[in-house]
Design a protein. Structure first.
Ligand code: FES
Ligand code: FES
Lengths: 151, 688
């Protein structure tokens, strides 16, 4: 079993195949961006992109990404140059505690990859299931709109 | 020796070490020591070496972005460029700092930090390159960083922002150590205030689960009265399968005497038994009929941070090292040293960025679990609570029940009586053991429950008093402590009093305001919201506009206006929010705004969603679906206006909680004619 992780091929160790993908990424590959928030697909803190689709890593079985391409927040920037969504997040001072933000950013990247010029309704539809207890929602919306001008 | 660790793999030599002192957990609580910061201590927060500075953050970073604000102070005072100051989060190997609570990080720490930086700057200018600097505090007017200009009043890119947006490890659960294993402590599905312990489990079935490492009976102090059973695995997901396979049978004492929580805190039942013992306002209202007489109920609520608490513990070089997302690393250190009979020197706690705390990450729970499991197995152990554990084992905003009355004559409140029944916030059972509770319950009030009961108005003969009762759920500090619920009750009653008096609610509040700064934020919010104009109509829905204001901890002020739209089924949408905020000198306006925005989203949650379901005194919520928090589409456009002030800086992390909920509740009244008094509001109370 193997998959593409941020552009590179990796084996899925057999004893990790039944683990949630979130734990494979975090604890086996050391990619700590995606977060555990609820473990049942409700909060979106673990959002990553599988073959272009924003997906909950906590409810995806690691073995099920065999042959697929997984993109995490660690794969967005090219060297020191941030992805426009990451830059927009800094420009708008979006993060408070920051814990939800990797998931928010990946959901936003998936949205912009699909709809380069999203309407407010598109943003609501794509982002409403990503929870933020700190209440950064308005800044997330503003950051997505300004990133859309860059991508 | 009662402590045993059943290990599948051979354990290290440390199992013996934890045997000492065996299993009888200390009955004397470790009380958080909270020294006030001073310039002398602040010298240990800032260091210089070869042209670079290191600022060791004396606070926990949990989303208030205090690392950014304090770095602004340091750079401004040192005259140092932003790029040459590195910020690191503290560990307990520096002099003790008080817990990060009460919105105090700028209010109490800015000046000592500025004094220390000024002393360091002068020492460097005098040619000193090594050794200790001494500080003689100078007049505040001589400090460069406590006045607007340059970095003060600016909003640079937030510290750790780059790490957040690139997914770099920052939080306790992101710590990864060689040979690390994963732990969980199972506890009975019953109230934490009912004695419970594991009695039987299927060890063979557990061993058969791939990844199984150990069952650990001595897995740290109980949480409340719930003794746990530890499990350790090589992969975190295996913990679920192991727990299931173990099929633990629990011994559980009979249900808690106050399992009916709503009845236990029913203020009218309590008032029928006599006067309330703890007075906040001691006026003597006259007997007679009341113009306003409302019963307001606010339920148990979770903090709901997206990060379930986590800790990593390891035994390294003869000492216990713990990484924690805690509001009080020093308390965690003291607690662990006491619990595991280690000298304080042999325990170090490293603060990690916290994924939301809101008052809920002040006590020692998951850290002790991780420590016990690492001591039992000899390997580093990571423990992160499940969402269900957060609800069942954490402490929560206590439910409160208010009877609030006012009498009005010639447009003024002449008599006021606010009675509150709640549960403990400061002397919570999550920290204080039963024998000590008996003492505190007899004599002590609770400043957390009282917070915000003294209304910021001149109200004639005004009385406010409260009592508390111990509940089967753990209660404690929650953003604003009592101030949120108390201000909600006060602002609803003021709104009703204005209605009875036939006076505009803004003018009514201005006429009663006891503080010109409060009057100023009120007047200003009226201006920016266009108070007096009808709210924008929303296609066929009942629209309404409400106002509220308040003062937090005597020093910071906020006023808010809300517009709502209510449909025929009684479903409420908040359609617009305005807030004016005065917290004195503003170091970082963008982050103060962010705190206001966050508080307004919390205000919306407080009125519309916050509720933690229980059954027979046991929290039954398992996921966010059972204890919902606001979503993106619940949040309307928000306008925040900050008062420019040269008062010393005050707190901003909780202030708007005294204004937002009342404004929304009063807007619902304006829209529907129904005065919401049970929270969160229910659509069946608001149907057309
Ligand atoms: S952790 Fe995956 S959705 Fe919450
Ligand atoms: S920034 Fe804290 S949960 Fe979103």
């Amino acid at each position: 079993m193997s998959f593409i992780l941020n552009g590179q091929s990796h084996d899925i160790p057999p004893d990790w195949a039944d683990e949630p993908l979130l734990f494979l990424l975090r604890e086996n590959f050391g990619l700590m961006g995606a977060k555990f928030g609820c473990g049942v697909g409700i909060c979106g803190a673990c959002t990553i992109i599988i073959d272009g689709v924003a997906t909950r890593a906590c409810t995806t079985r690691a073995g099920d990404v065999d042959g697929l391409s997984v993109r995490t927040i660690e794969g967005l920037a090219e060297g020191d140059s941030l992805h426009p969504v990451q830059q927009a997040w800094l420009d708008h001072g979006v993060p408070q505690c920051g814990y939800c933000q990797a998931g928010q950013i990946m959901a936003a990247v998936a949205l912009l990859d699909e709809v380069s010029d999203p309407s407010a309704e598109d943003i609501d539809a794509a982002m409403d299931a990503n929870l933020c207890r700190c209440g950064t929602y308005l800044r997330i919306k503003a950051a997505i709109l300004s990133a859309a001008e860059q991508v | 020796m009662r402590r045993r660790a059943l290990l599948a793999a051979a354990a290290g030599g440390l199992v013996a070490l934890i045997g000492a002192g065996a299993g009888v957990w200390s009955q004397v609580p470790v009380i958080p020591a909270r020294p006030e910061p001073d310039a002398e201590t602040a010298l240990s927060w800032i260091a210089h070496r070869e042209g670079r500075y290191t600022l060791t953050l004396p606070r926990a970073e949990m989303g208030q972005n205090i690392a950014t604000a304090l770095k602004q102070i340091a750079c401004a005072e040192l005259g140092a460029a932003w790029e040459v100051v590195d910020v690191v989060l503290h560990a307990t190997d520096m002099p003790r700092v008080k817990a990060t609570v009460g919105s105090e990080s700028v209010m109490l720490f800015a000046e000592p930090l500025a004094q220390a930086c000024a002393a360091l700057r002068d020492a460097l200018a005098a040619g000193q390159v090594a050794g200790q600097v001494s500080v003689t505090p100078r007049p505040v007017a001589d400090l460069r960083s406590l006045r607007t200009g340059g970095l003060i009043g600016a909003s640079p890119e937030i510290t750790q922002g780059r790490e957040i947006v690139t997914g770099a490890p920052l939080y306790a659960a992101d710590v990864h150590l060689p040979g690390m294993q994963y732990g969980r402590v199972l506890r009975a599905p019953v109230s934490v205030e009912v004695e419970s312990r594991p009695v039987r489990w299927n060890i063979e079935a557990a061993r058969a689960v791939p990844g199984f490492v150990a069952v650990v009976e001595d897995c740290g102090p109980p949480i409340g009265k719930a003794q746990g059973l530890g499990i350790v695995a090589t992969r975190p997901g295996a913990l679920v399968a192991i727990a299931e396979a173990m099929d633990v049978a629990w011994s559980m004492a009979t249900p808690h005497a106050r399992s009916d929580i709503a009845r236990a805190v029913d203020v009218d039942v309590r008032l029928s038994q006599g006067a309330l013992p703890h007075e906040v306002l001691d006026g003597a209202p006259e007997d007679g009929a009341w113009d306003v007489d409302l019963r307001i109920d606010v339920p148990l609520a979770a903090h709901g941070p997206i990060e379930p608490r986590a800790a990593v513990a390891a035994w390294q070089d003869g000492a216990l090292r713990v990484w924690a997302g805690t509001q009080d690393a020093f308390y965690i250190r003291d607690f662990l040293a006491d619990a595991f009979a280690l000298p304080a020197m042999a325990v170090t706690v490293q603060s990690c960025r916290i994924g939301g705390a809101f008052g809920g990450k002040t006590i020692c729970t998951v850290e002790a679990e991780a420590a016990a499991l690492t001591l039992a197995t000899g390997n580093p152990v990571k423990v992160q609570w499940t969402r269900a554990q957060e609800y069942a084992l954490g402490f929560h905003r206590p439910p409160s029940s208010h009877r609030i009355k006012a009498r009005v004559a010639q447009g003024r409140v002449t008599d006021w009586d606010h009675a509150q029944m709640s549960s403990h916030i400061m002397f919570t059972a999550a920290v204080v053991p039963p024998w000590m509770q008996r003492g505190t319950d007899l004599f002590a009030g609770d400043g957390g429950v009282a917070r915000g009961m003294a209304a910021p108005y001149v109200l004639g003969r005004a009385r406010a008093a409260y009592d508390m009762v111990r509940l089967p759920v753990h209660t404690g500090p929650w953003r604003g402590l009592g101030a949120g619920p108390n201000a909600l009750a006060v602002e609803i009653a003021m709104d009703e009093a204005a209605l009875v008096a036939g006076v505009d609610p803004l003018a009514f509040r201005l006429a009663h305001s006891a503080d010109p700064l409060l009057a100023a934020v009120l007047a200003r919010v009226g201006e920016i919201a266009g108070w007096g104009r009808a709210p924008a109509p929303v296609g066929g829905l009942r629209a309404g506009r409400g106002i509220a204001c308040g003062t937090y901890k005597d020093t910071s002020h906020a006023a808010a206006v809300a517009d709502v739209a209510v449909d025929a089924k009684g479903r409420v949408r908040v359609t617009r929010l305005w807030c004016v905020h005065d917290c004195g000198l503003v170091i970082n306006p963008d982050q103060v705004r962010a705190q206001c925005e966050g508080n307004l989203v919390w205000s919306l949650g407080m009125v519309l969603t916050d509720d933690l379901p229980t059954d027979a005194g046991h929290v039954t919520a398992q996921t966010f679906a059972d204890a919902p928090i606001p979503h993106m589409t619940d949040v309307p456009p928000i306008t925040v206006d900050l008062i420019q002030s040269d008062r010393p800086p005050q707190g901003a992390g909780e202030t708007a909680m005294v204004a937002g909920p009342g404004a929304i509740a009063n807007a619902i009244r304006a829209a529907t004619g129904q005065r919401p008094t049970r929270f969160p509001v229910r659509s069946e109370d608001l149907g057309a």
